[in-house]
Design a protein around this ligand. Structure first.
Ligand code: ARG
Length: 288
């Protein structure tokens, strides 16, 4: 890169650095991003981005699940799952593994990656401070919870003290029973409860496409209304729907923008936040 280009990159970034200073940005980090072997590098790059964001005054909050890691541990422990309508039933033994893996394995892994670049990350689960209060979804699915209420106080306290909260999405019901919660939905609800500037989903797709088979058809910007039209006409479908709906719900709930990014792109968070063009799909309210 020439010196001039380097300078241009910095000039492009500066207004965003100024605009986002002091703002809360929730980042959903996928279990898929952590799963494979080569992904330790991906985690290190992610950690660098989070620390850089923090250094320029942004208040990042990391929210994570860990589906692949839970499946792997269930297999290692020979715990067989039953399924109801294709969905895994979270019985008591499975829930123990969910807690063990999310709170004992995935969460500290992310915390420690961030803390090798700056001692700012603090891990917690949705049970701490009853941050994620849930109600059971459907008794036949066992301990799968839907978010009833987010209590953002512990996260806010950590942010106020300059820490980066890293939250695992284990929720709790009114009796203190832990539940597994969908991490995409939880991340959106947390962003809403925090009055966040942005919710960012790191996924293993390149963002939303207007033609699913055409990589050049990436939708760079879209409004919630335009997006619901794309769901209705089937352009956005399948596994993307829950994520997209969490985005739309967060934006309708006051989060300024939701972003769907490809977590496999190195430093994708910095590219999205600090360039004009960004690197994925940005969803906003109002007109685009
Ligand atoms: N950096 C700006 C922001 O984060 C613009 C990002 C544009 N991104 C996009 N996918 N069109 O608000």
């Amino acid at each position: 890169m020439s010196e001039l280009t380097t300078a241009q990159v910095l000039v492009e970034a500066l207004p965003y650095i100024r605009r986002f200073a002091g703002r809360t940005v929730v980042v959903k980090y996928g279990g898929n991003a952590l799963a494979g072997t080569s992904d330790h590098d991906a985690l290190a790059l992610f950690a660098e981005d989070i620390v850089l964001m923090h250094t320029v005054g942004i208040r990042p909050v990391v929210v994570h699940g860990g589906g692949p890691q839970i499946n792997e541990m269930l297999a290692r422990l020979n715990i067989e799952s039953s399924f109801s309508n294709g969905l895994r039933v979270t019985d008591a033994a499975t829930m123990e593994v969910v807690q063990m893996v999310l709170n004992g394995q995935v969460n500290p892994q992310i915390v420690s990656a961030i803390n090798t670049h700056g001692n700012v990350a603090v891990g917690l689960s949705g049970e701490d401070g009853r941050t994620l209060q849930v109600t059971p979804r459907d008794p036949s699915l066992g301990f799968v919870g839907d978010i009833e209420k987010v209590r953002p106080h512990v996260i806010e306290g950590l942010l106020h003290d300059g820490f980066v909260p890293v939250l695992s999405t284990v929720g709790v019901d009114s009796h203190g029973q832990p539940y597994n919660v969908n991490a995409d939905t939880a991340a959106g609800a947390i962003a809403e409860a925090l009055g966040a500037e942005k919710i960012i989903y790191l996924t293993d797709i390149a963002g939303l496409r207007s033609n699913i088979d055409d990589a050049s058809s990436l939708i760079q910007r879209i409004t919630v209304n335009e997006l619901s039209a794309l769901i209705e006409n089937g352009t956005v479908s399948g596994g993307m729907i829950p994520k997209v709906e969490s985005c739309m719900q967060a934006v309708r709930g006051g989060v300024k923008s939701a972003h769907i990014l490809d977590g496999r792109i190195a430093h994708v968070l910095l590219l999205e936040l600090f360039t004009d063009q960004g690197a994925g799909t940005m969803i906003t309210g109002g007109v685009s």
